[in-house]
Structures are given as C-alpha cells and as structure tokens.
Design a protein around this ligand. Structure first.
Ligand code: ADP
Ligand code: MG
Ligand code: ZN
Length: 480
C-alpha cells in the first residue's frame, strides 16, 4: 500500500518586546536567575496582569502579514496544568476567539506549483519559567526554578493539516520565519528557542479522505531537525501499520543524536486543561481604525518585494529569492541599485563578492564594512573603464579591510587600467620579440597560442591592461 503523509505545524514565536506580556519586567536573555521577576510573573496572590500593548500590536502585524482576519473581540483564557515552572498553576493563553484567524501562506517546493497552506489561528500567550538542574548550592543534584522567562510573550501560529511532505513543512516554516524576522517582531533564533515548532504527523492510504491518527512531535528547534523528525515519524507510522499495528495519538520527542522520535506521553496521560476565560483580563476589542493603521505601518513584505524585484527591476526568480533572504539584505541591494542603476550588476556583486566576504568574516549584512554607495562607486569604476572586473575584486578586498573609497585605493596602488593603445602595443612588441617561436606557431594556424599571448601581456602589465584592448591589438599585430 502507498501512504500519504499529513502534517500540521504549531509554531511558537517569542516576541521581541523589551518587557513581559503582563508586567513590566525585562525580557533580556541570560540575566541572574529570578532577577527579572515581580509579583505578577511570580504569580503571587492578588497581583493582576495588564496586557503589554506591544504584544497586541505585534500579533496584529503577524496576522495581517499571514493573511489572517483580526478578531474584533478576542479574549484571554486560563490553561490549567501543574508544573513547577508555572507558579500560577495556569498559563494565560487564548482558546476561543484568538486574536488572528483564517490566514494562509503560499509556499513553493522546488519543481512543484505554488501551494496555499491554511493558518487556523494565531494566539497570544505567556511562556513558562524553566527548571535548572545541577550544582546550585554545593550539591550536584539540586534543582531550581528560574522564573525570568515566565510571562515572556509568545505567539502560537497553528497551521491547517495542509502540508503533505517534510519539504513542504520546511518551506512553510522558513517562510513564516522570514516574515516574523522581517517584521522585526522576533529575533528568529531557533537555537535559543525564540522560534520553535511542534510537528503533527499522520499517514493515510493514498486516495483516502480520512486523516490517520496523528502524533505530535514537541519543540523541534532547527529546520534540519524538523525535516528529519517528520521523515522519521512518517516511516515509523507506515512500518507500524504495515506490521498490523495502529498509530496511537501521543506526544513524542525528537532526539537529534539518534534522528528518532520517542514517546513522551500518550493521549490517556494528556492534560485536561479546563480552559476558561481569564476573569483578570478584559476582552480585547480591536477597532477597524487600529487594524488599518497597522496595515499602513507594515513594511513591504518579502513576497511583495520579490514580486517588485521581478517586475520593476527585471531580476530573475533565483536572484530575487537570494536578494530577499532578509530585509537588511534587500535594503542593501536596493540602496546599491539606487546609487548605481544596474540591478543585475549590483545583484551579482551582492550575491557574489559581498556574500562571500560576509561568510568568510562571519559577519552579517547589517555590519557590512562596504556601504551600498561605495559598492556602486566601485562598479562605476568598472563601467567607465578605469579598472577591469578582475582588478575590481582586489580593490573590493582592500575596501573591505580598510574602509577606504575605491577611487582612493585605485590611485594609491596605481591600479588604473591601461587602455592606451600606444602603451599596450609597446608591451605586445616586446612579448612578440621574446617569443618568436610562438608567433610562428600562431601564424602557421595554431590559434590556441593566442591565449598564451593574452596571458603574457596581462602579466607584463600587472593585470592592468584593458583586456578588450589587448585582444584587439594582439589580433591585429599577430595577423600582420
Ligand atoms: P491540539 O490542540 O490538541 O494540539 P489541534 O486540533 O489544535 O489539536 O491541532 C493541532 C495541529 O495538528 C494543527 O496544526 C493541525 O493542523 C494538526 N493536525 C490535526 N489533525 C491532524 C492529522 N490527522 N494529521 C496531521 N496533523 C494534524
Ligand atoms: Mg498541540
Ligand atoms: Zn514581572
């Protein structure tokens, strides 16, 4: 039998607010345990939560950017469970009437047509604290609770079960990741857990219209692991069914070391969260004017920008994809185009030399030592024949190191391209005189020797001779 995988993702997005969702405590990472707490996030009796306006604004931005409708009256709910890192005994989340609903993202997987993936809902919630194990007071079996992370704002983005392969899941996840980082509402750091994903996976016979029972794989924290975890889980479920077993609904954990998933808890052990509206928080009523203002304040989104790069700048799809990898990269590229004019030319340099240099030095485009305007100046020196494309790479490396303007480097190091035919002819004459044998060969029909002469002239001119002038003059002189 052949099987069809069905996948739905639940993504937790940690929001880049300076303070927590229901109190004024800082959200900075890595502080002394429990130093960023107050009666609200410690869950002390009588302390009352107040919604951080920024969390709502970020949620609305995320919702509009993922084609959701914004719920005019949304409410907070208590999700009840017991765990030592949850001092109140409940997590404030949203259950019925989350802030964003019914959205979608269009994804593409190489070689396939664009596919629309439904987004069921996006809701706001608080994170829990964390347990710390080890030596805390001279005993190595200590366990402590650090509540700095308690009350950190999260969005949970829940997709419809529309994904059909691990590649589709990764494509969806990457696009969502790009949107939240582009909006500047999340730092996107998957290793630190700022963007993490639960993958729900089931399989059904091809052609069936009833989904199989799903397993939920918790907290997978890299694109690579999401792909591995889903692929392992699909095969595990198919093997199980083929062996006459049945898939049970359960929560599983992915182990990156083995590449396998293992059971964490079954449906029987699942929590009954007894959701109910939180009486401490009033319903959140969002007017149309507010939504309109958010819409106007949104930056141009990645998909729109790709479209514009193709339509207005005439870039091919591959280039637009690479150049919109991040908002900062797209901004850099566009500033370069404004200063220079030739989109394809600037794009090639950004995708080529700039990207290479960034990788080599382990920096990001935000800290690129060569400004877009300097890059444009360098390209203009190539355009007007001052330097060759090859010399430009040398100049570029020097710009990167010293931060000097390209003109300055060209002058200081005497790199101006020689296009003057008199000077080049002089070099050609010397080289022909010194290599009479090769001249004979060429004239007797061995045209391959031409490359040898070009090489010699370029070498003698220290790479500064204008290659097209060299070619032209050489042809003439060798033909004589
Ligand atoms: P829960 O609240 O228990 O996590 P939901 O109904 O909210 O359950 O579903 C959570 C996720 O599981 C959603 O992303 C949804 O698309 C996905 N999902 C639901 N049914 C299936 C299924 N049969 N196979 C794969 N994914 C599924
Ligand atoms: Mg779930
Ligand atoms: Zn607090």
């Amino acid at each position: 039998m052949r099987y069809q995988p069905v996948i739905g993702l639940e993504v937790h997005v940690q929001l880049l607010t300076g303070t927590k969702i229901f109190c004024g405590c800082s959200t900075t990472f890595g502080a002394e345990p429990n130093s960023q707490t107050c009666p609200v996030c410690l869950g002390l009796p009588g302390a009352l939560p107040v919604l951080n306006r920024k969390v709502m604004e970020f949620a609305i931005k995320a919702g509009i950017s993922t084609n959701c409708s914004i719920t005019p009256r949304s409410i907070f709910a208590r999700k009840n469970y017991f765990y030592p890192d949850l001092p109140k005994g409940y997590q404030i989340s949203q259950f019925e009437d989350p802030i964003c609903q019914h959205g979608w993202l269009d994804i593409t997987v190489e070689g396939e047509e664009t596919k629309r993936i439904g987004i069921t809902r996006i809701h706001m919630e608080e994170d829990a604290g964390k347990l710390v194990h080890g030596d805390l007071s001279g005993r190595d079996d200590d366990s402590g609770v650090d509540l700095n992370r308690a009350c950190t704002p999260l969005l949970e983005v829940v997709s419809e079960p529309d994904l059909r392969s691990s590649d589709e899941a990764v494509s969806y996840l990457k696009q969502l990741h790009q949107i939240v980082t582009w909006l500047g509402i999340c730092d996107g750091n998957m290793e630190e857990g700022s963007f993490r994903c639960d993958a729900n996976v089931s399989v059904m016979p091809v052609g069936s219209d009833t989904f199989g029972t799903r397993a939920e794989i918790k907290n997978v924290n890299s694109f690579k692991f999401v792909k591995q975890a889903i692929e392992y889980e699909i095969l595990r479920q198919i093997d199980l069914i083929e062996d006459g077993g049945t898939v049970v609904q359960e929560t599983r954990l992915f182990d990156p070391n083995s590449g396998k998933t293992r059971s964490m808890r079954s449906k029987e052990e699942a929590h009954d969260y007894r959701y109910f509206p939180d009486p401490d928080l009033v319903p959140l009523v969002i007017g149309d004017d507010w939504i309109e203002r958010s819409r106007r304040e949104l930056p141009e989104l990645p998909a729109q920008r790709r479209q514009r790069f193709m339509n207005e700048l005439g870039l091919p799809p591959y280039d637009t994809e690479v150049l919109t990898a991040s908002r900062a990269l797209a901004d850099y590229f566009e500033a370069g185009v404004t200063a220079h004019g030739n989109a394809k030319g600037v794009g090639n340099w950004v995708m080529g030399e700039i990207t290479r240099a960034l990788n080599d030095s382990g920096t990001t485009i935000e800290n690129c030592p060569v400004t877009p305007v300097q890059l444009a100046e360098l390209l203009k020196l190539i355009d007007n024949g001052t330097i060759s494309g090859k010399i430009a790479k040398t100049v570029f490396d020097e710009m990167w190191k010293s931060g000097k303007a390209p003109q300055t480097i060209v002058e200081e190091q005497g790199l101006v391209q020689v296009s003057d035919s008199g000077a080049i002819e002089g070099i050609i004459d010397e080289i022909m005189a010194a290599n009479a044998g090769q001249v004979e060969e060429y004239r007797s029909g061995k045209e391959k020797v031409f490359g040898f002469f070009v090489g010699q002239v370029m070498k003698a001119s220290k790479g500064k001779a204008n290659p097209s002038v060299v070619n032209e003059l050489l042809l003439n002189r060798l033909k004589e």
